[in-house]
Design a protein around this ligand. Structure first.
Ligand SMILES: [Mn+2]
Length: 323
């Protein structure tokens, strides 16, 4: 973690802070994945069980897959700062990644930051930030246990969804004994494994198959690196959003010949979102850092502005080849 982060608080200190609050606002990173939604929404339902007034805020458009697990009615967009006495962020290492809500995490607000990324600049009054956890949902699980509320099937399922997603169904290099211990406990608490596994990994609409087809028809492999470029025209042709293509880089790292993989997706004209993966023993975190982004050793990303998608690709290949 970088210099200025405060020491972590205990789960008791964090749970006591939540217990004291009356009106709680919860946030997660932009382009939320299932660990972002799972950790934030599990905490949201835990707060509801404590009869808190609580809202979860996100401006995300849910993907087809996300809509299976997440109800739009759980999400609010507009946050009036003065309505809340506690602001909590999950799964987010920087103010930038909180999008429009980043400004709320300032010194004179009561704030809690819960995360498992290498921290950039999102520091709360209270923090639990630990990169050894494979998912933020595992940390939230510990906080909910410290709150001593009854963990029901919905909360257990949301946490399991996050854990399963960030470990790539227990196959990513970040998977560890704690991931399995949490999975064991969550399944005992009633997490709906069959529903989650079926819908997360074994269900593809025809549109999703077409999005996969684009990947297989257009990926490139250069040396030890597999990559795919998706510009606005390609997104339009597939009638999909950037989030629908978020799995591309993790799909490409499964190519036997690839040590690194990345996808570059044009989000707005001349703005590009990069997602990178590395096989065990290799790192993409430092490359993401050089591009102004961040993440984990095996999975990282960045957002850049550039004159063309080719220029972004050349820059990444140059950074990979430099090592
Ligand atoms: Mn995560």
């Amino acid at each position: 973690m970088k210099g200025k982060i405060k020491m972590n608080n205990t789960f008791k200190q964090i749970s006591d802070t939540i217990k004291k609050a009356k009106n709680i606002a919860i946030f997660t990173h932009i382009n939320p994945d299932f660990d972002a939604f799972g950790s934030a929404l599990a905490l949201y339902f835990a707060c509801k069980k404590m009869n808190k007034s609580v809202s979860f805020f996100s401006k995300a458009n849910l993907t087809e897959k996300q809509e299976v697990f997440i109800d739009k009615s759980w999400i609010n967009e507009i946050c009036n700062e003065s309505d809340f006495d506690l602001f909590i962020s999950t799964d987010t290492p920087s103010k930038n990644r909180l999008g429009d809500y980043g400004y709320l995490f300032k010194n004179n607000n009561e704030t809690i930051v819960i995360d498992h990324h290498q921290n950039v600049d999102l520091v709360g009054k209270y923090n639990f930030i630990n990169t050894s956890f494979s998912s933020c949902s595992e940390i939230v699980f510990k906080i909910i246990k410290a709150l001593k509320i009854n963990i029901d099937q919905q909360i257990a399922s949301l946490l399991y969804l996050g854990l399963s997603a960030d470990t790539g169904s227990f196959m990513n290099t970040n998977t560890n004994s704690c991931s399995f211990k949490t999975a064991y406990e969550l399944s005992k608490l009633g997490a709906d494994l069959a529903f989650i596994n079926q819908n997360q990994y074994r269900s593809f609409s025809i549109k999703e198959i077409e999005i996969r087809k684009y990947l297989y028809e257009n990926y490139k492999i250069l040396g030890e690196c597999a990559y795919i470029l998706v510009d606005l025209a390609a997104l339009k042709k597939m009638a999909c959003s950037k989030a629908d293509c978020d799995f591309y880089s993790s799909e490409l790292i499964s190519i036997k010949e690839a040590k690194y993989s990345f996808s570059i997706i044009e989000s707005n004209k001349n703005f590009y979102e990069i997602s990178m993966r590395a096989k065990s023993g290799y790192s993409v975190r430092d490359i993401a850092n050089e591009l102004g982004g961040g993440g984990h050793i095996g999975a990282a990303g960045a957002k850049v502005e550039a004159e063309s998608i080719e220029a972004v690709k050349d820059k990444i290949l140059q950074l990979i080849n430099k090592r």
